[in-house]
Design a protein around this ligand. Sequence first.
Ligand SMILES: C[S@@+](CC[C@H](N)C(=O)[O-])C[C@H]1O[C@@H](n2cnc3c(N)ncnc32)[C@H](O)[C@@H]1O
Length: 262
Amino acid sequence: MPDLGDLTREIAFRWRSLARASAPAWKRVAGTWDAVEGRLDPKGRRRLRRLRSRHGETMDRWPRLLTAVEMHEAAYVLDSLEAIGCAPTGTSSPSLDVGSKNGSNLPAFAAFRPGPWDLVEIDAHRRYLTLATRRAHGERVARAYPGCRFVSGDVAALQGPYDLVTWILPFVDPGPHAAWGLPARLFDPARLLSRVTDLVEPGGTLVVVNQGEVERDLQGELFAAGGIGAASLGPIRTELSPFRRTRYAWRWDRPITGVHST
Ligand SMILES: C[S@@+](CC[C@H](N)C(=O)[O-])C[C@H]1O[C@@H](n2cnc3c(N)ncnc32)[C@H](O)[C@@H]1O
């Protein structure tokens, strides 16, 4: 019996990939940090002010690029990355974010690791009510950061190497994968994890963030099955989280020898 839901997702995905033209990437940018402060409790506001005092002018640009909701999420991402940390390799390789949606976390990535970033998104032609696509938004934000690119396509097609790879909410469970409108043939988390680890240069770092305990445990099984000795960093605790569900972080530093650690 054919899976009609999956057939519908396949047809819609193929149609999006053909109908690529986008309306201009317009969004109601926040203009100031006030709207974000208004979303936070006193502890969150203190945390945000500390983050802004560390990142000064870099974060002063965000209100001209992002909506208030996106700024809140990007501040959370930056705060989380600082908690996770990663050693700079000292090479000139770019950094990569996998599954970048519309690129709205680039300002956080660029604040954490200044320099060139590639943002890759397989469903880049999905569009908003304004008829602008994720890709149009991603390219708009990438233009604001010299050397950064929004790449429409499958991460498995990239060459690398990358000094730092961030992967926030990879699909490790077929339910969310289908709920986000992707056809089942694209769900192969073990193969994708292996491809992504191959993109990390020796001495470089992969950071993975999962949502909830079920996805964290599935992620742990994938690392174990692939012989990838990633460190489980536990729950991400920050007063800046806009999310109800707890997120969990992993960090894997590729050995200099290029051999997976176990
Ligand atoms: C759960 S969403 C997370 C989006 C974003 N990282 C965030 O934190 O909101 C996963 C994203 O990964 C993208 N994706 C899935 N498989 C991919 C692949 N093989 N290459 C590039 N992007 C992929 C999906 O289209 C989706 O936008």
